[in-house]
Design a protein around this ligand. Structure first.
Ligand code: NAD
Length: 443
């Protein structure tokens, strides 16, 4: 099938590559000229395991193409995916200007029936807005060309996006048209062979499903962080508590890790956007507000530990920082806990020596102008003559470090661990002062 994807970001690029891999002819359209040119030259703008070879192969074999020519994109596919960003507006609600711009573009150039699939995360009612933008544009052209708007939210996880799209747990389709369902069954057939993963529903339910999923996951994290704060004060170890509750299948072990707060491009913005949606309809979303508040506070845990140990004035102190991306296996630093930490340290006059396996270019792009940040080529180099080590991301390569070498490199054997990677007793025996999240019994 011929498919057009508007927006070549984490969602659009991965989805396009995966659709091309199973045989569809996919054209990707983006307004970012440099991104499109780079992709044509085989330069992939994001780090995502397995993505680079997939994109290169499908581009070379002619099933995947990149362009800034929106008109050509509209003519190419009967299926038109919208996968552009929906960043938070000033009040936290989702800014739909990019989504509306694509809707206008499609209606401006279409000459035959189109199925417009919304992959971006958008508030309930957005499909109606897309429809009305398109109807208005067609009216201005004096045309009455039929089209359908479908909600098809994306559930991929950054860091595992390719495998999530290749083997989706579910394909949520919100539509009011049975004929469209047949087309989508054909589109997603290759991903639906083992068992039927398509969950069909009305459009508004599909739009809400995506927010409900992300808010549920954010709630699990904030809940565990709340318990970790209690554990710290009550002399309990949240890691023991985590295992104790996870063994109950009604709770499960997934997504109940305490830490220095959730970040990324989705949870913070989607929790905020659902809060705004609720407020707009006169409902006070107490639980969601608490989830957000707990997370804000949690991102300040590491700076608080650091002040507890070194005092408020950090002038002349240098901190080794391991982990900059908001989670492992991505270079994405949007809303990362590392950013809150670094900014808090800089505010108190400290220097940072940072290392991340993938997010160094992104850090350079965001903070390259700062003289109080040094980007180091290895995790060992980041430790040299630093006063302490701080860990913000649980990359695999940080899990079993050479503690003797750490001790030798640091001025003081102090570790502030925002991801509970190590055994407190073992570290204490090795002579480290170890701060971790919610481990009151052990530290
Ligand atoms: P992104 O910022 O990485 O990419 C968006 C792309 O859209 C950019 O390349 C931008 O240049 C392009 N764009 C903007 N306006 C355009 C236009 N008019 N025409 C063509 N291209 C245009 O965003 P992302 O992380 O891929 O997220 C996209 C959407 O998917 C968001 O709504 C997000 O909430 C949702 N989502 C993201 C993830 C994730 O893990 N990143 C997961 C599920 C859903």
């Amino acid at each position: 099938m011929k498919v057009t994807v508007f927006g070549i970001g984490y969602v659009g690029l991965v989805q396009a590559a995966v659709l091309a891999e199973v045989g569809h002819e996919v054209m990707c359209i983006d307004v970012d000229v440099k991104k499109v040119e780079n992709l044509k030259n085989g330069e992939i703008p994001i780090f995502e395991p397995g993505l680079t070879p997939l994109v290169k192969k499908n581009y070379e074999e002619g099933r995947l193409s990149f362009s800034t020519d929106a008109e050509m994109g509209v003519h190419h596919g009967e299926m038109q995916f919208i996968a552009v960003g929906t960043p938070p507006d000033e009040d936290g609600s989702a800014d739909l200007k990019y989504v509306a711009a694509v809707a206008r573009t499609i209606a401006q150039y279409m000459t035959s029936h189109k199925v417009v699939l919304d992959k971006s995360t958008v508030p309930v009612g957005t499909a109606d807005k897309v429809r009305s933008v398109m109807e208005q544009t067609l009216k201005e052209r004096g045309e009455t060309i039929p089209f359908d708007v479908v909600s098809n939210p994306e559930f991929l996880k950054e860091g595992a996006a390719v495998s999530d799209c290749m083997r989706p747990e579910r394909i949520v389709i919100g539509t009011d048209n049975e004929d469209v369902v047949d087309l989508l069954r054909e589109l997603y057939e290759p991903f639906n062979r083992n068992h039927d993963r398509m969950i069909l529903m009305d459009i508004r339910s599909a739009e809400l499903t995506k927010y409900a999923a992300n808010c549920m996951l954010a709630t699990k994290i904030s809940f565990m962080n709340e318990i970790s704060n209690l554990a710290e004060r009550l002399g309990a170890d949240v890691e023991k508590v985590r295992q104790g509750i996870g063994s109950d299948p009604r709770i499960g072990y997934h997504f109940i890790y305490p830490g220095c707060g959730y970040g990324g491009s989705c949870f913070p913005k989607d929790v905020q956007a659902l809060i705004r949606t609720a407020e707009q309809i006169g409902y006070q979303p107490r639980l969601l507000q608490a989830v957000e508040q707990v997370n804000h506070a949690q991102k300040m845990k590491l700076p608080e530990f650091i002040h507890r140990h070194f005092g408020e004035d950090l002038k002349g102190k240098t901190f080794a920082l391991w982990g900059l991306s908001f989670k492992p296996n991505t270079d994405d630093m949007r809303e990362a806990s590392s950013r809150v930490l670094m900014e808090a340290l800089w505010e108190r006059g400290a220097q940072v020596q940072a290392y991340d396996p993938e997010a160094m270019d992104e850090t350079q792009r965001i903070y390259g102008h700062r003289s109080d940040l040094k980007l180091m080529g290895t995790k060992e180099a980041a430790l040299q003559d630093a006063d302490a080590l701080v860990i913000c991301t649980e990359w695999q390569s940080f899990r079993v470090p050479d503690f003797d070498a750490i001790k030798k490199s640091l001025k003081q054997p102090v570790i502030f661990d925002g991801r509970n990677l190590y055994d407190p007793e073992r570290l204490s025996k090795r002579g480290f002062v170890y701060y971790a999240i919610g481990r009151g019994a052990s530290i």
